[in-house]
Design a protein around this ligand. Structure first.
Ligand code: DQA
Length: 149
């Protein structure tokens, strides 16, 4: 039997603090709450989810390479503040063939000017931002459509 298709969901710095961190901006859901919702929606579509978080840029880069090598169908990437600073993440997304969808809980374009530049967005297939935890579910929908699942 063919292997179950997998979508990676990668989360960057400070997202482990969701629920406690600036809830007026990021909401009250924890990252575990979001992981549960994404996994339920993906499983309904017959897809496995590999959901991870790290505060370290290199981990995110290694995981992008891994998703590509493992034949993941897509990556949903909320790179947190690395979004706005990391040319290494830009290069990693450019270096792989698996489609990457940029995800943000908040809408960085309505916030401080330093959040307006997104190196992830410059390399990603597309971006979904500003819908709180629902951004992840909308991005999952986009990933499933992209992959024809
Ligand atoms: C974020 C937006 C980033 O600007 C910020 O640094 C984060 C969270 C979001 O999901 O809204 O850490 O990626």
């Amino acid at each position: 039997m063919a292997e179950t298709p997998t979508i990676y969901v990668l989360n960057g710095p400070n997202l482990n603090l969701l629920g406690l961190r600036e809830p007026d901006i990021y909401g009250h859901d924890t990252l575990d709450d979001i992981a549960g919702r994404v996994e339920d929606a993906a499983n309904e579509a017959g897809v496995d989810v590999d959901f991870r978080q790290s505060n370290h840029e290199g981990h995110l880069i290694d995981w992008l390479h891994e998703a590509n090598a493992m034949g993941a169908k897509a990556v949903l990437l909320n790179a947190g503040a690395f979004t706005h600073s990391s040319i290494a993440l830009y290069d990693a997304i450019k270096a792989i063939s698996v489609p990457v969808i940029e995800v943000h809980l908040s809408n960085p374009h309505t916030r401080e000017e330093f959040r307006h530049r997104s190196y992830v967005g410059m390399a990603a297939k597309g971006s979904i931002a500003g819908f709180g935890a629902n951004s992840y579910l909308l991005a999952l929908r986009a990933a499933l459509d992209l992959a024809g699942l």
